[in-house]
Design a protein around this ligand. Structure first.
Ligand code: ZN
Length: 441
């Protein structure tokens, strides 16, 4: 499958072959032609009844957020009251372990690149290097006490924010280019309400000084948007625009509470927008992917936290959109594009990843289609998007390395990581300030 451009691509090449040389794709074409051009290989994979896809790019995630599984999914309005206060129980070691879980999980779903945003992000970077995945890391920069937001208390502490920004700058200096070039960094601005105006401006300046982009949440919650309107008399997107921060170096996740006019403003500034349909569907919020599809504006797909399941997100996006609009704006081809080249584009990485083209990095997924639930195979795009899941991901390549082989991660042991994470999670659950039954509905 070869993507020519970001929009309106998806050429399916049947009976094709892909040649990898080093960390790059050397050739893509009909198998008969490739067999004539290349006569010997170090290794080959028989692609009969498989679908080869570009590696998925998760454009907004907090991989270590897996530690929250089973704690809050069915609790209404859990975000400020439960989720954010719980993050303080995460030590750097815990973040590394849960990031390993997230990285392994992502690879098993066929995700080859994650744009992550979290605390102690050097540990996230460490986990990405160890797992073989490609990653963009950013330290969360904010200057409010997150645990107090549930009561509507915004007390900004600029010194604390500047310290976080300095930690982020160290991350950029220490980790950019590590893991054979797989790691890159951004400044992880938290949001327009959790950062003071001074911190937003300082973060933007730091990003420019270091020559990196910003990864942030924007118009994510009603609380954020209300706070900005109350304090500055404008919408969150408009506020950032007036501060001179909007540009193509910004990746803005969620936009749940941005009006269509604000989405247009973002696209005028070429801000990279990301949507996370599954998690917000659970929180009674519809993604805006259909707006991006209709306007022909690139958009990235992300999973946010709790799950790295990109297949679930592609399908949720379609199901929720069609249920609520009664229209088939989103299609398998469209969401597949958002999850690959669309995400690569919003990260400014589309010249090297996001599609299967000679000269790009060899980040590929090989799906086995021999299972009953994948048969019969007629349209590879529709079969992949509507019916595939992690169990069908047989091989994953990142930078030309086989990081999943026959459905198993090759760089680190999934069993060991899962055991460590379970033990650590049980320790954390024992320290929670709420009665355990509070979490069990
Ligand atoms: Zn997020």
């Amino acid at each position: 499958m070869v993507d020519k451009d970001c929009m309106g691509w998806s050429e399916v090449l049947r009976n094709g072959s892909v040649v990898i040389e080093g960390d790059k794709i050397a050739a893509v074409g009909p198998s008969s032609k490739v067999a004539r051009d290349y006569t010997s290989f170090d290794a080959t994979i028989d692609g009969q009844r498989t679908i080869v896809l570009p590696g998925f790019v998760n454009a907004h995630a907090h991989v270590a957020g897996s530690f929250l599984r089973g704690l809050l999914e069915d609790i209404p309005n859990h975000f400020y009251g439960y989720a954010l206060p719980l993050e303080k129980f995460l030590t750097p070691d815990a973040i590394r372990t849960f990031s390993l879980v997230g990285a392994v999980e992502a690879l098993r779903f066929g995700v080859t690149c994650i744009n992550d945003h979290y605390y102690h992000s050097d540990q996230v970077a460490r986990a990405f290097v160890a797992s073989g995945i490609r990653g963009v890391v950013a330290e969360t920069v904010l200057d409010v006490d997150m645990a107090k937001l549930k009561d509507g208390k915004y007390k900004h502490n600029l010194d604390a924010g500047m310290k976080a920004l300095e930690t982020n700058a160290r991350l950029v200096r220490d980790w950019s280019g590590r893991g054979d070039g797989r790691i890159s960094c951004r400044i992880g601005v938290h949001a327009t309400d959790t950062c003071s105006k001074e911190l937003l401006l300082a973060s933007n300046e730091m990003a420019q000084k270091l020559g990196v982009g910003i990864h942030m949440h924007l118009a994510q919650t009603a609380k954020e948007v209300d706070y900005v309107r109350r304090t500055y008399g404008k919408g969150a997107v408009e506020y950032l625009g007036d501060l001179g921060i909007l540009s193509d170096r910004i990746v803005a996740a969620h936009l749940n509470y941005a009006k269509d006019s604000e989405l247009s403003l973002l696209s005028n500034y070429k801000v990279g927008a990301v949507q996370c349909p599954t998690i917000y569907g659970k929180m009674c919020v519809k993604s805006k992917l259909d707006w991006f599809a209709e306007q022909g504006v690139p958009c990235g797909l992300g999973t946010d936290w709790l799950s790295m399941d990109i297949w679930d997100n592609m399908r949720s996006a379609i199901g929720i959109s069609r249920t609520l609009t009664g229209r088939e704006v989103l299609t398998a081809q469209k969401v597949l594009e958002f999850a690959t080249i669309g995400s690569a584009k919003v990260l400014g990485m589309d010249s090297s990843i996001g599609s299967i083209e000679p000269g790009k990095k060899a980040d590929l997924v090989i799906l086995n289609t021999k299972s009953a639930h994948m048969s019969p195979l007629r349209n590879p795009i529709q079969n992949a998007v509507y019916y595939a899941s992690a169990g069908d991901v047989e091989y994953v390549f990142v930078n030309g390395e086989r990081v999943v082989d026959s459905g198993r991660t090759t760089q680190i042991s999934e069993e060991e990581v899962v055991q460590q994470a379970q033990a650590l999670a049980e320790q954390i659950w024992g320290k929670l300030p709420y009665p355990a039954n509070k979490f069990i509905l």
